[in-house]
Design a protein around this ligand. Structure first.
Ligand code: HEC
Length: 97
């Protein structure tokens, strides 16, 4: 009986440990920076100031390098469009579309 209880206790401890590690481990580069930025929300907010999302969605499937060049061009049209962390989150989202 005690043995059973100890086994149960141990497996519960293991479960809690795994859950804690999973919750703490970063999922995207921007989260690794300690940010929880939503790339999709940022695109919706910042990239619709001059044109609609059609212009962005039409380019779904382009690679990260293409998006880096394009976002850089957009930043040339408006200074302070994105912080470094925001740009990262936006690029993660765009390159994964
Ligand atoms: C200051 C205004 C402005 C903002 C803000 C802006 N854009 Fe643009 N965007 C433009 C203009 C003007 C064009 C058309 C001329 C060009 O392509 O440079 C354009 C064109 C585009 C295109 C089409 C390019 C192509 O070759 O198909 C994409 C994609 C795009 N923008 C993405 C974005 C994204 C992503 C953001 C947010 C990070 C953004 N834009 C924010 C002004 C803006």
């Amino acid at each position: 009986m005690n043995g059973l209880r100890a086994t149960f206790g141990l497996s519960m401890a293991g479960f809690v440990l795994i859950a804690a590690v999973t919750a703490l481990s970063p999922k995207t580069p921007s989260e690794a920076l300690g940010e929880t930025l939503d790339g999709a929300a940022l695109v919706k907010e910042r990239c619709t100031q001059c044109h609609d999302l059609m212009r962005v969605d039409r380019r779904a499937g382009q690679d990260r390098a293409w998006w880096e060049r394009t976002v850089e061009r957009m930043e040339g049209k408006r200074t302070d469009l994105l912080s470094d962390a925001e740009r990262n989150a936006v690029l993660d989202h765009l390159a994964g579309m």
